[in-house]
Structure formats: C-alpha cells, structure tokens
Design a protein around this ligand. Structure first.
Ligand code: 3AT
Ligand code: MN
Ligand code: MN
Length: 585
C-alpha cells in the first residue's frame, strides 16, 4: 500500500492521534469558537449569496465587454461569460465575522482592465440590491489594480485578470487556474493577480487533510495577531506565509490532529535552520510561460538576503517573506520559543489553550522608548492615500534604525492608530501635526475615531512593571520629543494665534492622523542616541515621493517614553506604565 507523500521530504511521523490528543483538539476547537474566530452560519450563507451575485455581475460585465469589442459577433456575445475565484482567508476557509472576501474576476482575452474599471463599478451598483454597495473605491493605479467596496456590510477586494490564451472561458464547474499555460502573455501584475488564487489552491492541494490544516491555521493566525507579529507590510509574515508554514507542518505529520500540528508548528519552526527555505513542493524552474523571475538564491543576490524565506508553491514561485528584517525575525523567534513552552504544557493538560492566545505586551512592558511616525492630512481621502504610503515605508525606517550601533532591536507595531482631531486654528493644527492629542474629536464628532486599525480585544491581565532601574535614562537626539502624548513644539515655530485674534465661532477643521509605533531596545552600554540622520533621511524619502502634497499632508517622527504613551493604545484591563514615585528622603 502506498500513500501519497506530501512535501519535499517524507513525513516525520504518520502516527494516528492518541485519545489525549483528540481531547486536546476538541479543547482547541472550543477555545477558537469562544474567541469568536468563526463566522456565523448566517454570515457564511450571506457570503455565498454575495459571491453568486458577483458571478452574475461578472457574466454581464463580460457580455458588455464582448459587445463593445465585436458588436456584430452575436455568438461571441451570447456565450460570453466570466469566472469568479476567491483567494486569501476566505479561500483558505479560515475567515471570521469581520474579514473581507478576496475575489478575482477572470475574463476572456479581449476584456481589458480599462473596461473593468469603466464598466464593473456601475454594474455593481446597478445589479446588486439597492443600497447594498457602499464605500465603492476603484484603485486602478495600484500595484495590483483593485476595486474595493462593501457588499451588504462585507468588505470585498475585487481584482481582475483576462486570460490571453482563451477567447471563451470553460464552463465546467471544476475548472481551476492551476494550468501554468494560463499565464502566457500576462504582465507581471496580471500574473500576481492570478497567483493569489493559484497559491491558495495549491496550498490546499498540498496538505494531507485540509480540515486539520484549517483549524491549525486558525489557531496560528489568532496567536500571531495577538502577539502583533502578523502583517506583511510591517515586516512580519502575512496570512499566506503563516498558511504555508502550517501547511508544511501538516505535510510532516499527515495523520496528526490540529492541536498536535500547532504544537509541532512551534517546535519545528523555532528550530528551523533559516535561511533554509520552507517549501511545500519543489520549485519549478525553466518554464517559459512568463518572464517573471522565480525565487532562486543561487542566481539572485537579492534572494540570498531573505532571512526567513517561505516560498509560494504556484509557478512562478516567490518569497512571501522578503520583508522580514533583523528585528522582526528576532521577535518572531522569541514568540516561537514561548509558543514551544506554552503548547508543550497545553498538550500534557497543564495549561488551557487560552494561554497561547494571550496578548502581546508591546505597549505595557515591552519597551521604555518608542519612536512614533505620525502622518497627517487635512482630509480623510488625502490621509488614506498618504498614511498608506507612509505605512509601506515604515519598514525602511526600521531597517535604518537596525543598523544604528546604539540600537539592539527596533520593533514596529503591526498596526497603525488612526485618530481624528478638531482644530480651531493653525496653531492647533500644528500641535496636532507634531503629535498633540489635546484636540481629539469625540466619537460623536464623526466617523474616523472608531476605525483605529488596531484590534481591540480585552485580554489577560498584564504584569505591572515600571522602570526596570538597571539602565540609566538615555538621552535621545535628533528626534522630537513627546511628553504626555504632546509633541514639544520646536523653537522656530511661530507664536500661537491668540484667542482674541480669532473670529467668533471659528469653524473647526478636522485633521486626520495615523501613528505607527516602533519599540526601541538599546544596544548594551548605549548612553545616548542620535537618530537625526535616520529620521531626516526617512522624512526626506517620504516627502520627496509623489504621494506627498505639502498643502495637504504632514509627516513627523517623535520619540515617546513608555510613561508618555497615549491612553488609547491601552485596553481597559491593561496598566499603563507610570512614572516611578520618587521617595522623599
Ligand atoms: P484576512 O482574513 O483578510 O485578514 P487574508 O490572508 O485574507 O487575511 P488579505 O485580505 O489582507 O489577507 O490579503 C489577501 C491576499 O491578498 C494576501 C496577498 O496574496 C494579497 N495581498 C494583500 N495585500 C497585498 C499587498 N499590499 N500587496 C500584494 N499582495 C497583497
Ligand atoms: Mn482577506
Ligand atoms: Mn483583502
């Protein structure tokens, strides 16, 4: 009897689960349920309805495109149809109540991306139930062109690709995008669009038991989110990378329960001999359907720089973790090692699964010193674009900081904090731009304050810790300082406008800010820290980009001591670091 071997090596163990492992698995399932990671049955059904509707809209879109292309070709028009695929967490079957549906519209060769942006948005509004489509945002200039919207309250990321080898798409229900020749004639960005689905499909094909994989991945995703090490853009693994790591462990233990997979995940990944890549199958080289480079450290110096390479299985294979830097790798390793300890105890019944999902201590006890990158704008739209750009650059600042001899670790928090402020005059605006939280809008002042990107889930009781007392305070130079959440004004700033100079009932102006926090650990023996070069280089890089409009946008980098962190980064159950009480002698 021969069984299919999944993966590039034989399995480590094919042992069947023990009774204790089965019980632990049930406990894990219950914990993930009570943590609210599963979508409700009604939500599941709603998502299926939305996808059916998107299929209809897609077919109508392709018909219209066919009519534009060949108005006299009635057969082409009659048979014209598109196909809808999903990718991301929805396709992997690990979505929760709040997550989006990542969706791909596939069309025959003659349909252009221009038609997609010209026709699809209007058709959506026309064909969906009245009022169902909100926040419709086409982004044609994105790396992967995308239409974003909410459909009956569910966010949809809709991307597009037309297949250059097909004038009519197959109608078989089980048609997939697996065939490499479908990539023929596509641009790099179009290959990227197709590969979201091709990669998730391959991952599911390459694990022995998809259901086991999914539950284990849910656990790992929740763990990584709680530890703030989930976010490709900030230099941590994203959803696809975590999925591939879990899939690899599933290959090595084909008969194991999800609970054991989670435990083995920590053991194997903590000891993984990086930069040995994690592969789900052998990389396919030498196909010539696209000119895109396949990940190959033997050939490309760039690929040799990847610290924790996790390689996508679908051709052309790429590294999903090229963003991981020195500090984020150190943080990931530390969390993996804690994961080993905790899950070892969980597996022998000495601790509950809940303990694996306790929240990070990034703000509570993690650091004494932080940098915060504050992007701000005068309108919400301007801020969406500007903060998005700045967010994508924070990694570069982290990289510069990591090279500084006095810095041991520069850990970016994985999410930004969005805030809205109401200002009465230019002086207040300037204060807000450099970090003041004095003019925060009340939640009633309008949308914006509630959509802080960071997750808010009350968690475990934090340890109370103030000054560690071992290292003397460090003098920080080159970065503006923030105290009690208020930026210290620079000397060259003009005198603030006096109240009597203002017109009565001055109209209030909204200012939108996004803060990214970077926790700093100093190198041994470091006494002072001059970050002016790193900070100035970073500011210059960002403000010289076309994303920056000096009339609308502003950028500053401040340093914040733990005791001066703003209240809203803490949850009610957390204790904010406080200044040590000086004893009277
Ligand atoms: P959620 O459950 O939605 O939080 P997810 O894994 O579905 O997790 P996303 O919806 O953010 O994550 O992304 C789905 C996929 O889309 C992952 C990646 O292949 C692609 N993707 C997302 N953002 C980007 C990006 N900025 N650049 C390139 N690809 C991206
Ligand atoms: Mn998603
Ligand atoms: Mn998405």
């Amino acid at each position: 009897m021969s069984e299919r071997v999944f993966g590039v090596t034989p399995p480590i163990s094919t042992a069947l689960p023990t009774e204790a492992e089965k019980r632990s698995n049930e406990a894990l399932f219950r914990e993930l349920k009570s943590q609210g990671t599963f979508e409700t049955p009604a939500g599941v059904e709603k998502r299926q309805r939305i996808l059916r509707s998107l299929e209809e809209i897609t077919n109508e879109f392709v018909r219209r495109a066919a009519r534009e292309k060949e108005p006299k070709n009635s057969i082409l028009i009659r048979d014209a149809h598109g196909r809808v695929f999903t990718y991301g967490s929805y396709r992997l079957g690990v979505y929760g109540p709040g997550t989006d549906i990542d969706t791909l519209v596939v069309a025959p060769k003659y349909v252009t991306v221009d038609q997609y942006f010209a026709i699809f948005p209007g058709l959506l509004v026309e064909m969906a139930p009245p009022g169902a489509i909100t926040d419709l945002t086409p982004v044609p200039e994105a790396f992967v062109p995308i239409i974003k919207f909410e459909y009956s309250g569910i966010s949809i990321d809709l991307i597009f690709c037309s297949i250059q080898t097909l004038k009519q798409l197959p109608t078989e229900k089980d048609w997939t995008l697996q065939d490499n020749s479908l990539l023929r004639g596509l641009s790099e960005n179009e290959v990227r669009s197709l590969n979201g689905t091709r990669v998730t499909d391959e991952i599911l094909n390459l694990v022995p038991e998809p259901a086991t994989f999914k539950l284990a991945l849910r656990a790992i995703k929740l763990w990584a989110q709680r530890k703030a090490i989930y976010a490709n853009i900030m230099g941590y693994p994203g959803g696809v990378a975590w999925a591939m790591l879990v899939a690899r462990v599933c290959q090595l233990y084909p008969k194991a329960t999800s609970a054991l997979i989670v435990n083995k995940f920590f053991n194997i990944m903590f000891k993984w001999p990086w930069p040995l890549p994690v592969l789900l199958k052998d990389i396919e080289y030498g196909l010539s359907v696209t000119r895109m480079a396949v990940w190959n450290p033997k050939l490309y110096q760039w690929d040799r720089n990847h610290r924790m390479p996790i390689i996508t299985p679908a051709y052309p294979s790429m590294c999903a973790t090229h963003n991981i830097g020195k500090s984020s790798m150190a943080v990931i390793q530390q969390e993996l090692s804690r994961g080993v300890q905790v899950t070892e105890e969980i597996m022998v019944g000495r601790r509950p699964w809940k303990d694996l999902f306790s929240k990070h201590s990034f703000f509570t006890t993690g650091f004494r010193y932080y940098l915060t990158v504050i992007s701000s704008s005068r309108t919400k739209e301007a801020q969406n674009a500007w903060s998005g750009y700045v967010e994508s650059r924070v990694r570069m600042l982290v990289q510069k900081l990591e090279m500084h001899p006095s810095i041991g670790l520069a850990r970016p928090f994985n999410k930004g904090y969005d805030r809205v402020h109401m200002c009465k005059n230019d002086s207040e605006i300037e204060e807000v731009q450099i970090g003041s939280l004095k003019y925060l809008a009340k939640p009633t002042d309008e949308a914006g304050t509630e959509d802080t990107k960071a997750e808010v889930k009350p968690e475990t009781k934090p340890e109370i810790k103030t000054e560690d007392g071992t290292s003397p305070p460090v003098k920080m130079e080159g970065v503006e300082k923030m105290e009690n959440g208020v930026g210290v004004k620079r000397e060259q700033d003009e005198a603030p406008v006096k109240l009597e100079d203002l017109p009565k009932h001055a109209p209030e102006v909204k200012i939108f800010t996004t803060n990214h926090y970077i926790g700093l650990q100093l190198a041994e023996g470091a006494k002072s820290l001059d970050l002016s070069r790193e900070v100035n280089d970073f500011k210059a890089m960002c403000t010289s980009n076309e994303a920056f409009d000096k009339n609308l946008n502003f950028l500053t980098i401040q340093h914040v001591k733990n005791v001066d962190l703003p209240d809203d980064v803490f949850e009610p159950s957390e204790v904010k670091p406080s200044k040590p009480i000086k004893k009277k002698r």
